[in-house]
Design a protein around this ligand. Structure first.
Ligand code: MG
Ligand code: ZN
Length: 372
């Protein structure tokens, strides 16, 4: 053996040992502060439990976006008054950090309004947005900008947009702005407050710092009815505007109808919605990878349908789809995280911790005690 090479190997071995024993710091990692995200995209698959993801992704030949995540956790989904949550309480807990009664939007069990994440980050100048396939006033998006006693009050929920805590909202729900019991035209009111307003059946790119874009009277079409790549395009448009006009932003994207397919025990409906959601995840992850400062979180408010994959005796390469319920179930749901701060999301925790973790990462000095 060449003696110089032998000596070099000895030195390397010694350094490795010292680093391993913690005597020497790892190069480049000495006292480096963990990076905080400047952009956060929270993607909610409404009603998306592990069974939904598993059953759709088995045998799927496209890119499985869920497999691209570095960190995975589990969230316990119960609400304050029921082991099985609804989507109002299920999204409110993410937005205000408190378990509440089923049906609540942005208020706690006593009906008290609490500042939500959009309002908290807005104080720091962040941009905010919701992109959904339901109406923009439906329970999940509503919990991010409104505070009402009941998710059913969609007319009232729409009025909260005038508070301007949500900069961009894209989805269905036109009638809650223009065809209201009180005869107000909220579109003209919002326009006067600086929002660009668009109502159409096709999504066209609009460049704006503030934008309300509705593409249906109430909920959007199903994938099976030809919704196409709306969710991808709308998400891209929201990110592009938020990126252009704000230094930091927090965007919530919802695959709203994964839940609706579950309620109908319609596997193909659910599958098409989940595959659409999967393609949005791939797009958001590609962007986040390029950007390097974006935290991407994917989770659900609850599982829908009590879906299970049972043995298929006539074809053992596949499975039999089984639904136990037309409603929601109380199992834990997965949380996938990618980007700066992702490591905070590993482990098993209550759904309240999602708020705590996001708040800590988005608002400097905003660290709250985790309620694991
Ligand atoms: Mg929803
Ligand atoms: Zn539901």
């Amino acid at each position: 053996m060449n003696t110089q090479n032998f000596f070099f190997k000895k030195v390397c071995l010694l350094l490795t040992l010292l680093i391993g024993l913690g005597i020497l710091p790892k190069f480049g990692s000495a006292k480096k502060k963990p990076k905080k995200p400047t952009k956060v995209v929270l993607l909610i698959g409404d009603g998306m439990g592990l069974a939904q993801i598993s059953s759709v992704m088995v045998g799927y030949t496209g890119q499985n976006a869920f497999e691209r995540f570095e960190v995975i956790g589990l969230s316990k989904t119960s609400s304050a008054d029921n082991y099985v949550t609804d989507s109002g309480a299920g999204a409110t807990v993410f937005s205000i950090g408190k378990k509440t009664y089923n049906g609540a939007i942005g208020v706690d069990s006593a009906g008290k309004e609490h500042r939500n994440l959009f309002e908290l980050v807005k104080d720091k100048g962040w941009g905010t947005g919701v992109v959904v396939t339901s109406s923009i006033t439906h329970a999940t998006p509503a919990a991010f900008y409104a505070h009402v006693a009941s998710r059913k009050s969609e007319d009232e929920i729409a009025e909260f947009l005038v508070r301007k805590s949500c900069d961009i909202a894209i989805g269905g729900g036109k009638k809650f702005f223009t065809d209201r019991k009180d005869k107000r035209n909220l579109f003209s009111e919002l326009n006067e407050l600086g929002y660009k307003i668009a109502a159409d059946t096709n999504l066209l790119f609009i460049d704006s710092k503030k934008l309300i874009y509705t593409l249906a009277d109430n909920g959007m079409k199903k994938m099976q009815e030809g919704r196409g790549d709306y969710l991808k395009k709308a998400t891209q448009m929201a990110q592009s505007n938020l990126n252009k006009y704000y230094e930091n932003y927090f965007l919530m994207v919802e695959g709203s109808q994964i839940d609706w397919g579950g309620h109908e025990n319609d596997f193909t409906y659910m599958q098409q919605e989940l595959l659409d959601f999967n393609s949005v995840l791939n797009q958001v992850l590609d962007e986040a990878k390029k950007d390097g400062n974006t935290l991407v979180i994917v989770t659900a408010d609850h599982e829908t349908g009590g879906l299970s994959m049972l043995e298929n005796k006539s074809n053992t390469d596949t499975f039999t789809v089984n639904y136990a319920s037309k409603g929601h179930s109380g199992i834990m749901v997965p949380v996938f995280a990618y980007g700066p701060g992702a490591e905070d999301f590993s482990g098993i925790y209550e759904n309240t911790a999602i708020f705590d973790k996001l708040k800590k990462l988005m608002i400097k000095d905003g660290a709250t005690k985790y309620r694991n």
